[in-house]
Design a protein around this ligand. Sequence first.
Ligand SMILES: [Zn+2]
Length: 384
Amino acid sequence: MQLSLRCLTDLFLILILLFILPLNSNAQNIADLLKSENFTEGFRPYLRIGIYVGVDSALIEGDAEVFDKTGKVVAKIQGRYTLSVKNGKIAISNQLTNGDMIKFKSKFGLIKVGKRMFRGDIEVWLRNGKLVLVNDLNIEDYVRGVINKEVIPSWHIETKKAQAVLARTFAVHQKMFNPRDKLFDLAPTVLDQVYDGLNQEDVTANQAVDSTRGEVITIGHNAVKIYFHSTCGGRTGSSQEVWKMRNDHLQAVDCPYCSNSRLYRWKRVLKSSFLTERFKAAGAKVGNVNNISTKRGATRVDSVIVNGQSFPVNRFREIVGFSTIWSNDFTVKKQGSNFVFEGKGAGHGVGACQWGMEGMARKNRNYRQILMHYLTGVEIRKMY
Ligand SMILES: [Zn+2]
């Protein structure tokens, strides 16, 4: 009976394949189709963040059990301890441990490292005689930790939901396609998203995270690479234009929504001597700055010509100051010994415009409509 059932199942599979194959001559397409059905299979919604990398010591505080790599309890802590390297081993204050990793699992789910409180587990690795501390935590807890750094408390709940989905998608994409290190997926710096443990959480942002749990922006079955910026100034820029990098979902779109940003329009009057000083400090030999012009792309400045020398706009902003020249969309004219910069928006202008998201939310758009407006051809899928 069992045998014949299996034969029937096999026959059924063959029949299905016979039907599918002529439609999809490319076997890869079938694999993709099957994969997209199993979108969530095997995905562990946890994220590893390097909180201290290559340090000699760190303080850890809490009520926790300490495990070795095999899952055996090797110590318990209650209170405050110094982690360090002694005789080539990881030491918890004076107690030496074996192996290249120990893991702290808190009784109450919270543990303090240095001055910051963390959810999840803390792993301590020994690498080249130094310590690497990794926070292993649920992605939802991570999103709670970063979202408040990215939104203004008074913003609309739909804006916060959109930002939560962006933050989650960023994390999932990094974990899947671009981990920072063998030991962790993300670094807690502005390079990734600013993550400051538990100290940053607040109530309405947490609601935004909970109500979008597991939702990720995808094309097909892949989480997309996410970019956002403060204010686009009226139209976003494509990643092709701004970074010479083609991403189908990062196209230029109109944004008549961000005019409440204080940097929707800005003006800076900079002395020629100030600019001369900045270029000198950056080691860019242009001499006394007496001539500046710009070369524009489709929506923004592409390069800035200073005394006949061309600088990519991002390098120009870096030299003069990212919060002096707020964006890559500006004009410049000379007035006596000053240069007058008049600009639109703040940030690189690619992807979602945060003040625009808030403007859309205030016009009763929900977070899905908001995200679909800024990101072309994407879906929002529940990953877990
Ligand atoms: Zn905008």
